[in-house]
Design a protein around this ligand. Structure first.
Ligand code: GDP
Length: 295
């Protein structure tokens, strides 16, 4: 996960360790390497700038240089700033209500939305609650079928209506079905598109307004770098997202999306997808991720 970013940061710290005595000038050189590692990972320029300002403010002061292990202290400062840009302390609870909790899932086609719906249903199942998957992507007939396959694989029921054309009615009927059948959580698998368009946004806004979901999550592909950040911005402008779920971090994602999305959009990452299998979803903890990145 994020191998090249890890390598870049490690070599920056290695250079610093090899300097013997740490001075202000070789500290700046080390920080430049940290900056380059972030830029190479495709982190948004504004995020890199904020990050470096935060690190420099703490690191270039005399206290670090005077300390017994300056480079170790620098690693600590970088770690602190990483945690900060990754979102700090994130509440990943789904805040399930005593009656039915409605989760709305959206995202561009191929981001991993349907897979993530299944993973969430599985996770909810492990907590002793029952989730219903709702086929509200009526754009592609294959999407409904795919959701049934996913539901089967995690033992979650799927609500779909044969020949339906109105996704809002399907969502509304599904919530009623959940109330009547003692289901705890309804997961709406909304329509994906290849690109953000007006029609998609209008449909999502209508579902959001009429169903008033408890949480709206955007699924983005962590391998798509700044495109993921831009789609998070666009979806959040339309919907006020509760969180981002970033998928495919097990692949060769460079880390740019992961490190930029909270800072650029204000929306925290709440879960990450770490495999294509149904158990490959983890609540997102910035402190653990920062430790993972810094090895
Ligand atoms: P949707 O169009 O957004 O509903 O996307 P799908 O759920 O169909 O996923 C698209 C592809 O991404 C599928 O091949 C999934 O197996 C794969 N995928 C989804 N999440 C992950 C993940 O976290 N890791 C990996 N490696 N693959 C994933």
């Amino acid at each position: 996960m994020l191998d090249s970013l890890q390598d870049g940061l490690r070599s920056a710290f290695k250079t610093l360790r090899g300097q013997g005595r740490l001075t202000e000038s070789n500290m700046r050189e080390g920080l430049k390497m940290v900056e380059n590692a972030l830029l190479e990972a495709d982190v948004s320029y504004s995020v890199v700038k904020d990050f470096m300002d935060g690190v420099a403010e703490k690191a270039v002061g005399q206290d670090v240089l005077k300390s017994l292990r300056p480079e170790q202290q620098l690693v600590g400062i970088v770690q602190e700033e990483l945690i900060k840009i990754l979102g700090g302390d994130i509440d990943t609870s789904l805040h399930l209500k005593p009656d039915v909790t409605v989760l709305m899932m959206c995202g561009l086609q191929g981001a991993g939305k349907t897979t993530t719906c299944g993973k969430l249903a599985r996770l909810i199942g492990t907590e002793g609650k029952k989730a219903l998957l709702v086929a509200a992507d009526l754009q592609r007939p294959a999407a409904v079928e795919q959701l049934h396959i996913v539901g089967n694989s995690v033992g979650a029921p799927v609500y779909s209506e044969e020949g339906a054309t109105d996704p809002i009615a399907v969502c509304r009927n599904a919530v009623k079905h959940a109330r009547d059948n003692e289901i705890d959580v309804v997961i709406l698998d909304t329509a994906g598109r290849l690109a953000i368009d007006e029609e998609l946004m209008e449909q999502l806004k209508t579902i959001d307004r009429q169903l008033d979901p408890d949480q709206a999550f955007l699924v983005v592909d962590g391998m798509t770098g700044q495109d993921a950040v831009n789609s998070a911005k666009a979806f959040n402008d339309a919907l006020e997202l509760n969180g981002v779920i970033m998928t495919k971090l097990d692949g060769d994602a460079r880390g740019g999306a992961l490190l930029s999305v909270k800072q650029v959009t204000g929306v925290p990452i709440k879960f990450i997808g770490v495999s294509e299998h149904m158990d490959g979803l983890e609540p997102f903890h910035p402190d653990r991720m920062a430790s993972r990145i810094l090895g």
